[in-house]
Design a protein around this ligand. Structure first.
Ligand SMILES: [Zn+2]
Ligand SMILES: [Zn+2]
Length: 148
């Protein structure tokens, strides 16, 4: 399966050959500020699986281990880049409806920062911060160059 997507103006385009590892709704204040929305929805892929078909997006380092990418022309939010993975904004896919399938590890994260009047009704797991084991995983990878 090849997934495709890009920004609003089409200046940034990508292709991904891998299947998504997870889809995650993040309510943290940083996702909120960067996307302008009350939740940032990201689709996770292993580092190296995203191919930029046109211009690469601009990047902003939002915290020690994370860069966020966007189109410098239209402002479309594209990705969330870590040492070991590239997460793409669900809304930047050409067909986000096709992303849902068995075997993904989908959840809601950083619920402790959710805006109180914003509700999503589904049965995906909800975590105050990250799911169990995720903090340890990120700590182990800390300090390595961002490859995602
Ligand atoms: Zn653009
Ligand atoms: Zn977030």
């Amino acid at each position: 399966m090849t997934w495709t997507g890009g920004c609003l103006c089409g200046g940034v385009r990508y292709e991904v050959e891998a299947d998504p590892m997870w889809i995650s709704h993040c309510y943290c204040s940083i996702c909120r500020k960067q996307t302008g929305a009350l939740v940032g929805t990201y689709v996770g892929f292993p580092a190296g699986s995203v191919r930029w078909a046109a211009a690469e997006p601009a990047r902003y380092r939002s915290s020690k281990e994370v860069e966020r990418s966007f189109c410098s022309k239209c402002g479309g939010t594209i990705g969330f880049h870590r040492v070991h993975e590239t997460s793409l904004t669900a809304g930047s896919f050409d067909d986000p409806g096709g992303l849902m399938f068995e075997g993904e590890d989908n959840d809601h994260v950083w619920c402790q920062e959710r805006v109180s009047w914003f509700h999503v009704s589904d049965d995906w797991p909800r975590h105050d911060r990250f799911p169990p084991g995720r903090n340890e995983e990120l700590e182990d990878l800390s300090g390595n160059p961002i490859r995602g």
